[in-house]
Design a binder for this molecule. Structure first.
Ligand SMILES: O=C[C@H](O)[C@H](O)COP(=O)(O)O
Ligand SMILES: C=C(OP(=O)(O)O)C(=O)O
Length: 354
């Protein structure tokens, strides 16, 4: 086709991807995995409805960059999860898509080999295997959806999904959430605006028609029913936190004014910890205190946790990067608390919810 340079001026290449159905056929979900997915989804729905008195904890690495690490982390978290499961539903963060403030590594799906090659096909296979690994041992998974096509490739393995602070206001993400099969948390904006998340909930609760792909990869008009299990995740902002009792009550008042259930998840990281992992336990304990003091609509808490504490820097241009230089078990995005701290926080929560 003669285009005279009117299109694709800034496009280097198109690479055809396998259809979602192809990936699901190559890496099929087992019955045991289905059970783990359903356990996570049903538990969260019941907690949101108030028919299950437990709380859900979304906990795990800020991002996964290493299959071995994910496996190791999941196995160790599962032991803690089993010990607290009568009062806490533990869902492991399995985040493969990172929304960046400007540039940076975008996550395992986008650049699985950490070499800047953008091998998204491998990223989809590798990330699906990680979800399957966790489900195999009975650990339900949470993820963030950044790209609106991604759920077709992995949502059958996900029990809870986030729409992040940078995308909560995006119509496409709200429409996407309206059709997702799992409960979805909308973050407040990076500037601390709560109303964008409240509006996101209202939008995602409704029916939509929008452009997407079906399981065979065909461009489709997607018609959704609306997702009744959406809620807010308060994550603080670039200028301060919003996890104190007054802020939480103010958020709940806004939700009730909008006639949606006042369910809130407190994110202990991001703006609430000023991205300093050592402050996450303070936020966690304050959330527990508020629950203990009677705020039973705090339905969940989120922690960013890894095998080892802190974070390590990687170059912004990953071309030629030698990933063997990375320290094992340490985040390459936001700083995380370590597994020992995670285990002691979960055990403290278990005790406090007695
Ligand atoms: O949770 C992850 C980060 O906070 C988010 O992806 C933004 O990261 P950045 O500001 O380092 O780009
Ligand atoms: C990117 C994340 O959070 P936020 O959208 O709140 O920045 C995250 O939880 O990984």
């Amino acid at each position: 086709m003669q285009t005279n340079g009117t299109i694709d001026r800034n496009v280097k290449d198109y690479q055809t991807l396998m259809s979602p159905r192809q990936l699901l056929t190559d890496l099929p979900r087992t019955d045991a995995m289905t059970q783990a997915v359903q356990y996570g989804r049903t538990s969260i729905r019941n907690i949101m409805d108030g028919t299950d008195s437990r709380k859900f904890i979304i906990v795990g690495p800020c991002s996964i960059h290493d299959t071995e690490l994910a496996h190791d982390y999941g196995a160790r978290l599962k032991e803690v999860s089993d010990a607290v499961s009568d009062r806490l539903v533990v869902i492991v963060r399995s985040y493969f898509e990172k929304p960046r403030t400007n540039l940076g590594w975008k996550g395992l799906i986008y650049d699985p080999h950490l070499n800047g090659a953008g091998d998204i096909k491998d990223g989809l296979y590798i990330s699906r295997r990680i979800l399957m690994d966790n489900l195999e041992i009975g650990l339900p998974c949470a993820t963030e959806y950044l790209e609106t096509f991604t759920p077709q490739y992995n949502s059958d393995l996900v029990s809870w999904a986030a729409i992040g602070a940078r995308t909560t206001e995006s119509p496409q993400h709200r429409q996407l959430a309206s059709g997702l099969s799992m409960p979805v948390g909308f973050k407040n904006s990076t500037q601390g605006d709560i109303s964008v998340a409240v509006n996101a909930i209202l939008s995602a609760n409704g029916e939509h028609s929008f452009l997407g792909i079906d399981g065979y990869g065909a461009p489709s008009v997607v018609k959704t029913t609306g997702n009744p299990y959406t809620h807010i995740v308060i994550r603080g902002s670039n200028t301060g936190s919003n996890y104190d009792a007054q802020s939480v009550q103010d958020v709940q008042a806004m939700l009730m004014e909008a006639e949606v259930p006042p369910n809130v998840v407190i994110d202990c990281s991001h703006g609430n910890s000023e991205k300093d992992y050592s402050k996450q336990p303070i936020v966690f304990e304050e959330g527990l205190k508020q629950i203990h003091d009677g705020n039973d609509r705090i339905v969940g808490i989120m922690l960013e946790s890894n095998i080892n504490a802190g974070s390590q820097k990687i170059p912004s241009d990953l071309t030629g990067f030698d990933r063997s230089t990375l320290e094992y078990g340490v985040s390459i995005t936001d700083s995380c608390i370590d597994l020992e701290t995670t285990a002691s926080l979960l055990k403290a929560a278990h005790k406090s919810l007695a």
